[in-house]
Design a protein. Structure first.
Length: 334
């Protein structure tokens, strides 16, 4: 029993200590999930069928606002021009535009792709249940009594079928059916008010638009990378001071100063310690210098005798980041 208790304490301490490890934020640009859209950046958004919540307008606005490094990613065809062509040519716009019709419309408005859609009706379902409560049974609260209160759960959903058609090739680039929903709860003893179907449906339309546009565009992802803080060799006092100072400068965002001290630490340990190589790799990764980071991680990996999780993860992660950056640059250059 005592042994089990001690092991639990040790595990808890290890967990708490791991949570205190100093980390560095890395902001990485990743490619759009739908690769073909990068070749059809001049886009028109048609009026969606049954679009009571303005989903088509939401998607159009979000696409027009997409910027990568302060440069607009998409060129949007004017909705007025699109509607004018539809009316003049007497095309039937019943929601989801078929590829053949999209080719004709696209050529007239100068679009490379057309986004169309069909929005379902917002759904709402209320169900009732009871939740337990407890209260004092006397003035001095020495006794308690249990009781139930009536509650209501409200489930609101919205569905939409979306499609992107390549005007040049006359085929569907991407199609998706989306049906997000939100759940709310209200009990008779709380002050919460259940939202209306219309209000939530507007929020869900925003959710659909955000998710759809996200898949079409390159985007930045931010994550954290742990630094190594415990020497892998028997550091002298002077070497430990170099490590401590470098970590402090990293914490302050002074990567240039931190690099100087880590390089000094490499020299002071005769290039036998993997820790400074790894931490230099983290700094390079945070700066977006992936090739430099890869070299530092490789040097740390070569010095590693027993497996170190942070180094193993870094070697794999940096290669993935390099491949994704190459893919993203290809999308941006089309």
């Amino acid at each position: 029993m005592k042994k089990t208790f001690l092991l639990s304490i040790v595990a808890l301490l290890a967990y708490l200590l791991s949570g205190c490890t100093q980390k560095v934020n890395v902001r990485a640009l990743e490619p759009a999930q739908v690769d073909r859209v990068a070749s059809t950046k001049k886009i028109a958004v048609s009026d969606f069928k049954n679009d009571a919540f303005g989903l088509s307008s939401k998607i159009e606005v979000k696409l027009s606002n997409v910027k990568i490094d302060n440069k607009k990613y998409f060129t949007m065809v004017s909705r007025k021009d699109f509607k004018k062509i539809i009316q003049e040519q007497r095309f039937q716009n019943s929601g989801l535009i078929d590829p053949k019709t999209a080719v004709n419309i696209g050529e007239l408005v100068g679009a490379q792709a057309i986004i169309s859609g069909d929005v379902g009706r917002a759904s709402m379902q209320d169900t009732y249940f009871y939740e337990p409560r407890v209260r004092c049974a006397d003035k001095k609260c020495k006794k308690f009594e249990y009781y139930n209160v009536r509650c209501k759960k409200r489930l609101i959903g919205l569905s939409a079928e979306l499609r992107i058609v390549d005007v040049t090739k006359g085929d569907i680039i991407y199609a998706q059916t989306m049906n997000p929903h939100s759940v709310y709860k209200h009990c008779v003893d709380d002050s919460r008010v259940l939202p209306s179907k219309e209000i939530v449906a507007q929020q869900l339309a925003n959710t659909i638009a955000n998710s759809f546009v996200y898949k079409l565009t390159p985007h930045y992802r931010t994550f954290q990378v742990s630094l190594l803080e415990e020497p892998d060799l028997d550091y002298t006092d002077a070497q430990e001071k170099l490590l401590k100072v470098s970590l402090e400068y990293i914490k302050q965002g002074r990567y240039d100063k931190a690099e100087n001290f880590l390089i000094q630490l490499i020299d002071a340990t005769d290039s036998q310690s993997y820790l400074p190589f790894y931490n230099l790799g983290v700094i390079a990764e945070a700066r977006g210098k992936y090739d430099e980071a890869k070299e530092y991680y490789a040097q740390a990996d070569n010095l590693m005798v027993e497996p170190v999780q942070e180094i193993n993860e870094a070697v794999q992660r940096i290669q993935t980041l390099i491949e994704k950056r190459k893919h993203t640059r290809e999308q941006l250059s089309r």
